[in-house]
Design a protein around this ligand. Sequence first.
Ligand SMILES: NC(=O)c1ccc[n+]([C@@H]2O[C@H](COP(=O)([O-])OP(=O)(O)OC[C@H]3O[C@@H](n4cnc5c(N)ncnc54)[C@H](O)[C@@H]3O)[C@@H](O)[C@H]2O)c1
Ligand SMILES: [Zn+2]
Ligand SMILES: [Zn+2]
Length: 372
Amino acid sequence: MTFGLGVITCRAAVAWKTGSTLAIEEVQVEPPKAQEVRIKVISTGICGTDDHALKGLLSANFPLIPGHEGAGIVESIGKGVSSMKPGDKVLILIIPQCRECSACLHPEGNFCENVLPSSGLMLDGTSRFTCKGKKIYHSFRASTFTEYTVVPEIAVAKIDAAAPMDKVSIISCEVPTGYGAAVNSAKVTRGSTCVVFGLGGIGSAIVMGCKASGASRIIGIDINEEKFPRARNLKKPVQEVVMEMTGAGADFAFEAIGLTDTMVCGLGYGVCLIVGLAPSKENLHYIFTLVFFWVIWHFSNLIIIAFFCFADYKTRDCTPQLVIDYLQNKINIDPLITHQLPFDQLHKAFELYHAGKTTVLSARNTVENKQQ
Ligand SMILES: NC(=O)c1ccc[n+]([C@@H]2O[C@H](COP(=O)([O-])OP(=O)(O)OC[C@H]3O[C@@H](n4cnc5c(N)ncnc54)[C@H](O)[C@@H]3O)[C@@H](O)[C@H]2O)c1
Ligand SMILES: [Zn+2]
Ligand SMILES: [Zn+2]
């Protein structure tokens, strides 16, 4: 066992303030404290949630090292860590699973009480990162846009030793959230019609899950004309177009953008699942008011609406199994990766993301640590 050795100096992408571009900086990463793990990050994806956080749409403390969708190798462990050892392949998880709190003990619960996404600090209230003598905050206690990170053991899942590390990072958020939204949360039925608002990483994985569930028709909607060519000449509200296309409407609607307007659009269908995270400052009460009136209006045709997180999966339990499913060719995540770039081109990956040219970055860490 290697109990947290010295401080590691490595490269990381730092967001110095809200809205600033990422700067690749030399940072110091402290050894893991008790119940923590220090991980060499091998690949990381860009999720819409990182973009929301960087734009200040979700509450976060700056300066921070963003990123939460990551795969890596355990470098060292803190005292008391028992579920993994140095050298193990792992996924870093935005939602921990402590297996002790009421949410974790509930058979249907997954929103572990140890989620404190906005604090930017570890469970003991301190940070493990510094840069130029300044404290740097963690992002969702994950921070994967760095060559090394420190994460609580409860937010790490040990995965199969055969896992290809340049690919499986997307199984730490995108795949379970999107694919799971269809197969686990909505339980999409064979022969059904599904509508997916937003064809980014999450929406694409939802489409994959709808297909795997046997949906006979899947309608994807996006403002990006390359993904949804009809967006070019749309002369009426998109929900009217969908009604015309489907006649009676759809059986399942998924919102995978994070806009309250499109969440409201999704309410017109049988089962509406909201995956997108709305800006924390926006008042969601008006959605609930609309739902209330909509349910009354359609009292003979009950509408079910659900907001959910990580597709209701218990994170440490489900992700290793999804990796095995991928290794056994039961699911194919490869098409979800559009570009793979080296770590020092993270900002290029963000440019591609903002231009709608990428859904995921898989950034292989090719730089050796100075202290190794
Ligand atoms: N609930 C969860 O557990 C969970 C987990 C991960 C991500 N999320 C959220 O899911 C959402 C999507 O994440 P992502 O990684 O796929 O992001 P993304 O940026 O890759 O995809 C968003 C897509 O929505 C499209 N879009 C933007 N505005 C639109 C509009 N007005 N109409 C139609 N399409 C529009 C974009 O062109 C893009 O293709 C985000 O809000 C993210 O925070 C939730
Ligand atoms: Zn994510
Ligand atoms: Zn818990």
